[in-house]
Write a protein of this length. Structure first.
Length: 228
């Protein structure tokens, strides 16, 4: 299960900027935009899909906030969970709700239990450039398992924009920035890994690969559908 928990960040960065009047360059600030992200196991078999939809956009005191619904299904199309998270934009900085760090596997393991999630939102500027370092983000999850309490912490650190690449997925071909980072997960014992994400203007996350401490791919995700 701990290996599955490291299949993170499937739905966040999943819907991109679609309106030139909005302040977010990469992330969703247009009502009705939909994106599908499909995750795969280490053998390339479908593990889950996350269908994201922008439910609405609000503005207050110079901050635009989009509310996104994420519908998570397993490899057979069975509903695992439905959740909401926010993406906000203030000036040049986009903040992604720490709740988006919850992967489909986390929902599948703990979705019917009582839990509380706190954390630090993920931030990225609109004007990212190769070589730029980005702030850390983390999620803390307190779970009540029938009277037994368990805590889990996931930290994304050492985030850096390492290059630009062209990526082709079932949804099209995109010019992407590549962001690498390290993952630390604490739940009873520590587990470490790393990941790369490919993000494109107007779309958001196009591709992601997760690696174990030996550098082998443990899971991946692709943009498989997009509409607005």
């Amino acid at each position: 299960m701990k290996k599955n928990v490291l299949i993170l960040l499937i739905s966040f960065l999943s819907i991109g900027y679609t309106n030139a009047q909005n302040c977010s360059k990469f992330y969703p600030l247009e009502d009705g935009t939909t994106i599908q992200i499909t995750s795969y196991d280490r053998k390339g078999k479908v593990a889950a899909t996350v269908d994201n939809k922008v439910l609405g956009v609000s503005e207050s005191q110079g901050t635009e906030t989009a509310t996104i619904e994420a519908v998570v299904k397993d490899d057979k199309g069975k509903l695992i969970a439905t959740s909401n998270y926010n993406i906000s934009c203030t000036g040049n900085i986009v903040s992604i709700d720490f709740k988006s760090l919850m992967s489909p596997q986390i929902f599948e393991q703990f979705g019917e239990m009582d839990y509380e999630v706190t954390g630090t939102d993920l931030q990225i500027p609109n004007d990212i450039r190769v070589g730029q370092e980005l702030p850390d983000a983390n999620m803390d999850m307190a779970i009540n398992m029938g009277g037994i309490n368990m805590n889990m912490n996931v930290t994304m650190k050492d985030r850096k924009v390492i290059g630009q690449e062209e990526v082709t997925t079932p949804a099209g071909t995109f010019n992407c920035f590549v962001i690498s980072y390290n993952l630390d997960m604490k739940m009873g014992m520590n587990q470490k890994g790393s990941a790369k994400q490919w993000i494109a203007e107007g779309v958001g996350m196009v591709k992601q690969e997760d690696y174990n401490k030996s550098g082998k791919v443990t899971s991946s995700s692709l943009l498989t559908a997009y509409s607005k």
